[in-house]
Design a protein around this ligand. Structure first.
Ligand SMILES: Cc1cc2nc3c(=O)[nH]c(=O)nc-3n(C[C@H](O)[C@H](O)[C@H](O)COP(=O)(O)OP(=O)(O)OC[C@H]3O[C@@H](n4cnc5c(N)ncnc54)[C@H](O)[C@@H]3O)c2cc1C
Length: 316
């Protein structure tokens, strides 16, 4: 594990200090590429930069992205850049540990909410489940769910939705009920009467299945309830009913370092720090507030290649 950067008398980075099973040692190099992720696994930094309730968010990825790379670069005068108060977050299974099981990290997602209804522990709906397809809303709804009481919600489906659920739902067992009353009775919702009323009000405002089309924004919207469900608003009327838990899981943080087009890290004096390059989540200024699907790995590949080339050819 890298603990800190080595800097020579000219101010150039020329190695790292590492800790392993045998102790602490120094490794020298012509240059260093930092690509050790954001601070998503560090509850103190999450509280500090993202605010409450991010300190208790479950982590979707590695437990090792503690912000070390950011800290060691800032320690030698690197410039912070980008959206330090925001992150990528998605609805994930609430039963999983603080860190998703390593072999199942990407299976923690619970993104099929457009085909059902979400209730918080007060028994209320709190978001438009059908505002758009899941890949346009999931990175925002993680934080909306985290903000609910106890940061936990229930996703409710009926049999019409079962074939539409993402395969990832098979990594947990739903709670089931032959009636909505029976289902609500089995959930840890504080106000069960309110929850049942919410589902009944939803059903009164929703539609039968004839014009339902999961392949497009079908415009089947509720009327007269808040929040509205803008598309795919089918009545929950095909038992047995299913409930899957969800919380907001953090994927990665958006705040990072300022770099130039050669992936050199820029210092607070606005000059490149010699010998120091950066890629991946550590690059600041890429994402702000939201995130288009698939771009995390693209960003890592693009800046990783640039950083590697610059480091190998000694761009300073
Ligand atoms: C569950 C999940 C699903 C995702 N799905 C997608 C997707 O479908 N498409 C997409 O584009 N993106 C996806 N992403 C985002 C994408 O994985 C990240 O944006 C990308 O991996 C970031 O690359 P990185 O190299 O910056 O960091 P990482 O891949 O996180 O690698 C950082 C590495 O640095 C190591 N490290 C940390 N600190 C130290 C230290 N002090 N010393 C030594 N090593 C250290 C860590 O152990 C880790 O191995 C997903 C992320 C997660 C968590």
């Amino acid at each position: 594990m890298v603990q800190s950067l080595l800097v020579d008398d000219s101010g150039a980075v020329n190695g790292v200090r590492v800790k392993d099973d045998h102790g602490i040692k120094e490794m020298t190099a012509k240059s260093v590429v930092l690509a050790c992720g954001g601070f998503e696994a560090n509850p103190q930094w999450r509280a500090q930069y993202l605010g409450r309730p991010w300190d208790h968010a479950k982590v979707r990825g590695t437990r090792y992205n503690q912000g070390d790379g950011l800290r060691m670069a800032l320690d030698i005068g690197a410039m912070a850049y980008g959206n330090w108060s925001s992150c990528h977050s998605t609805p994930i299974c609430a039963e999983w540990d603080d860190y998703a099981p390593r072999k199942l990290t990407d299976k923690s997602n619970r993104l099929s909410y457009p085909w059902g209804v979400m209730l918080n522990l007060k028994g209320n709906r709190f978001v438009d489940e059908g505002a758009d397809f899941q890949f346009f809303t999931y990175a925002l709804y993680g934080r909306v769910i985290l903000d609910q009481p106890n940061s936990k919600v229930w996703q409710i489906f009926d049999q019409k939705a079962v074939d539409l659920l993402e395969p990832r739902y098979s990594t947990s067992d739903p709670i089931t009920g032959d009636t909505l009353e029976e289902l609500i009775g089995k959930l840890d919702i504080e106000d069960k009467a309110r929850a049942l009323a919410t589902l009944q009000e939803f059903n009164a405002a929703a539609h039968d299945a004839e014009k339902f089309d999961p392949t497009e924004l079908d415009g089947l919207a509720t009327s007269g309830i808040a929040p509205k469900k803008s598309n795919w608003a089918l009545k929950l009327d095909a038992p047995p009913f299913l409930a899957y838990s969800a919380t907001g899981g953090i994927t990665f943080t958006f705040g990072g370092l300022r770099i130039n087009d050669k992936a050199q890290v820029i210092g607070v004096d606005w000059r490149p720090i010699k010998g120091l390059y950066c890629a991946g989540e550590m690059v600041g200024g890429i994402f702000h507030g939201n995130y288009p699907g698939g771009t995390g790995l693209v960003s890592g590949a693009v800046f990783g290649r640039i950083a590697g080339r610059s480091a190998a050819s000694g761009v300073n």
